[in-house]
Design a protein around this ligand. Sequence first.
Ligand code: HEC
Ligand code: HEC
Ligand code: HEC
Length: 427
Amino acid sequence: MRKLLAVLAVLVALTLLAVWLLFPVDRQDGEAPRAAYTPPVDSVERGRELVTMADCRACHTARGGAPFAGGYAIPTPFGTFFTPNITPDAQTGIGRWSATDFWHALHNGYSKDGTLLYPTFPYTNYTRISRRDADDMYAYLRTVPPVSRPTRAHELGFPYNHRLLLVAWRLLFFRPGVYESDSTQSADWNRGAYLAQGLGHCSACHEARNALGAVKSKHNPAGGLVLNWYAPTLTSPREAGVHDWSIPNIVMLLKTGRTGSTALQATTMGPMGEVVYNSLQYTRDEELRAMAAYLKSLPDTGARSGGLVRSSAHTGTLSKGETIYADDCAQCHGDNGEGRAPAAPPLAGNRAVTMSSTVNPVRIVLFGGYSPGTAGNPRPFGMPPYFQTLRDDQIADVLSYIRASWGNHAPPVSGDEVGRNRGSPLF
Ligand code: HEC
Ligand code: HEC
Ligand code: HEC
């Protein structure tokens, strides 16, 4: 009996040691050197810029609520998350946190008391942030007005409401580590990679997630579903890839929410419109140029053309769609989908129309939308909503028509795909 207990004790000790060794936590306190480039501004001011680039405020502010006081609801397939208060309030915020506690949250994904955090807080990206940048962000967050607002509990389904599951999740999907410069690339490229992978957390939306909510792989060829929109992949020029764009056009899209040139029309809407509105429009041009250089260099996984050719099987649908288009859409988007500069974008040759995911075009026609108002595009033109005037099958018909006309070759849209999106006008 004694022997057995001794063996058991040794086994338990070994298991604990293994978990401790394997547990994905960076035990260094991150004195890693800051990625190249040090702008001459003080810590709080620099922290404000970094916090803006990381878009912390968008998630940590409820609609109409005090900045950073939390309470913003994030719907996910696992349930609804409510963001915590990160103002310097001592009782309900992070007023008692040290810079190192803050660093552990961003870098290691755990709270001051050691509670493991859900990756809805994109620490899987923020772990790339250098300790110095994290300290500047902390310095800035100390200066925002403290607000007393207790953090609301998440409403998650079983088993996701058990934080203990995060132990396994982290073993599988999380490796803490600051951004490591790639010495074969320029300082600009490295800066762009640091911003896009870390602070800008582009992959948190733009890459597909597996059933456990983890971004599937490093350079994932599929886009992700987020807040009921489809975030197209940045590695395919048929989706959101900008490999063939000029740097100034990429910078213009990120800064103003749309590209101005007639040859290249793209607009940002929904969650991307929010990212531009809250974060990217305030980013310095040189930082955006660096990000653009990095985005252009991402692996290119998509063919430039292909898809379905107009077939007799859905010509009936197409002629119904053509009539709706002539009645409701042509006055803005043009008889041949050529668009009306500067108001309505062309639909011919527009990847936002022909992408294989139909979620965004469906949502745009249902709920309308507009690019964010930015300094570079102060009065964006709006697209009217049709959820009241067109039935699901009519919206499907008009979308099938624009996806298969004027040189567009994308498969038709079904009424069910429209119906599924009716219930949730988040943006
Ligand atoms: C996509 C939305 C999102 C963004 C962007 C985001 N957060 Fe969060 N954050 C969350 C959620 C959700 C939680 C709660 C996680 C949990 O309960 O496990 C959280 C938790 C935290 C916590 C832990 C608070 C506590 O009491 O334990 C801190 C600190 C924090 N975030 C700071 C930040 C900072 C700083 C930024 C910007 C760099 C940021 N967050 C950006 C969603 C977000
Ligand atoms: C909150 C989720 C989210 C984040 C974070 C995000 N995006 Fe997006 N992005 C989207 C969605 C959704 C779309 C599709 C809607 C649209 O085209 O505006 C999109 C579209 C785009 C497009 C294609 C625009 C077009 O019409 O051709 C580009 C380029 C892009 N994003 C770049 C980025 C970069 C770079 C970052 C990081 C700095 C980023 N995104 C961060 C959700 C996000
Ligand atoms: C009053 C003018 C107007 C009418 C009518 C209109 N649109 Fe639009 N549409 C716009 C504008 C403006 C935008 C760009 C919004 C933005 O900048 O984000 C747009 C965007 C779109 C987009 C997204 C394009 C992109 O690049 O992201 C699609 C798809 C679309 N419209 C389809 C339609 C269809 C189908 C109809 C008819 C049922 C229609 N529109 C009627 C003005 C209009």
